[in-house]
Structures are given as C-alpha cells and as structure tokens.
Design a binder for this molecule. Structure first.
Ligand SMILES: Cc1cc2nc3c(=O)[nH]c(=O)nc-3n(C[C@H](O)[C@H](O)[C@H](O)COP(=O)(O)O)c2cc1C
Length: 212
C-alpha cells in the first residue's frame, strides 16, 4: 500500500483553496496517508543546535542538540518513508509561507536528503504533487510577471534538490472574489479552481493506477 505524505501550509483552516484542492486529491487516493498540518502544528525554525547536531555522533550530542536532532529525525523519517507526496502551498508575500520554509530547513540536508544531482537523492523519482495557490496571477504578460518566488523556488527544492518527480497544479486569482480591483477576474478564478480540483483528482487516480 503506497504511503502519501500530505503537507498543508495555509493558515486558513476552512476557506483555504489549497486545502480544498488537496482534499480532491485525497478523495481519489486509496493508499495510506501521513498528514502534517504546518499551520495547526508548526515545526520550529532550524537552530544552531539543529545544524551542529548534524555533524556530531548522536552519542556525543548535548541536551540541546539531542532535542533538535529528535525533531529532524522525525521529519526526515516521515519524508523518507513516504512513496508519494502532496504539498498544498499558498503564496504569501510573493513567496512561500514561513511555516513551509521552516519545514524545508529541517529536512533538506546535502548528502542526506539532497544529492549532488537529483538522481543522487534517496527520494529520486518518487511522485510529488504541488498545489500552488495564489491570490493574483504571475503568468507571462501579467503586470507582476517575475514576482513569483514561490513556484520557481519550490521546483528547485522539490525537483532539483530532493529529486522528486514533480507535478505542479497552479490555482490563481483566488482573491478575485474579495478584492474589488480583481472583480473582472471572477470567472478566471472559478475556472482556475475547477480545473485544479479536476487535475488533482486525475493526478491521484493516475498514481493509484501506477501503484496497482
Ligand atoms: C499573509 C498573506 C500574504 C499573501 N501574499 C500574496 C502575494 O504575495 N501574492 C498573491 O498573489 N497572493 C497573496 N496572498 C493571497 C493568497 O495567496 C491567497 O489568498 C490564497 O488563496 C491563499 O491560500 P489558501 O486559499 O489555501 O489559504 C496572500 C495571503 C496572505 C494571507
């Protein structure tokens, strides 16, 4: 039975579009699931002890290093023991939520989870789905083309560093319903959300078939 590691990062528990699209994926997923909600239960920022513990034999850890290493091992164990990944990540301030960055800082370790090349990562080739949700649009030709520091960064971390086989589903203009200046984009918003739900369910069904 394949195991999915599902990570949510939206601070909105109910109205969240990224959580809703992830739920469509989950409805079609038949395997085991480990769910980590980084908004409900944020992981701590990486500390000096967390970094230094990586280069020290666990038997020699200080009390502080042992605490930091325990958390890292839990998160890395969760990452390494999954067969597939679902990341639901909104755009905050042209980038990713700090809670998701804190998770990345805990798990991305050169020589351990990150290879010199994607092929050298222990996660190489495992399927990952990123649901990247944003209030506006950063598509080519839009006024803020080039302001999206979320998707390119996540592609670098998830595909290039962790070696995951990444499928990206973008949802845009989610703020069109509430921001008057974006009112002309309400249809665009509705279509984008509908397409994302369909794409998420199709992606999950495809992965389930591959594992069958
Ligand atoms: C703190 C914060 C910062 C945001 N910054 C941006 C931004 O820079 N660009 C953008 O397009 N939308 C931005 N948004 C809008 C969110 O990306 C949008 O509401 C999205 O739907 C949030 O994901 P969720 O629906 O899963 O909660 C921001 C929202 C919040 C709460």
């Amino acid at each position: 039975m394949p195991r999915l590691l599902h990570i949510d990062a939206s601070v909105r528990p109910e109205e969240s579009v990224s959580r809703a699209v992830a739920a469509s994926f989950r409805e079609a997923w038949t395997g085991e699931v480990v769910h980590r909600d980084l908004a409900a239960r944020p992981v701590p920022h990486l500390t000096r002890d967390g970094v230094s513990a990586r280069g020290v034999d666990p038997a020699e850890h200080s009390a502080e290093q042992a605490v930091a290493a325990f958390l890292q091992e839990e998160l890395i164990g969760e990452l390494l023991s999954a067969d597939a990944y679902l990341f639901a990540v909104p755009m905050y301030n042209y980038s990713i939520p700090s809670a998701f960055k804190a998770w990345i800082d805990q798990i991305l370790i050169p020589g351990r989870t990150q290879g010199g090349t994607p092929e050298e990562s222990p996660l190489h080739g495992r399927p990952a789905t990123l649901i990247a949700v944003r209030g506006g649009s950063y598509a080519p030709g839009t006024p803020r083309e080039g302001w999206d520091f979320a998707e390119p960064y996540l592609r670098t971390v998830l595909a290039d560093c962790l070696g995951l086989d990444l499928h990206v589903i973008i949802v845009e203009m989610t703020l069109a319903e509430t921001v008057p200046a974006l009112a002309d984009f309400r249809d665009h918003r509705r279509r984008s959300i509908e397409q994302a739900h369909a794409a998420a369910a199709e992606r999950a069904r495809g992965l389930v078939l591959q594992h069958a």
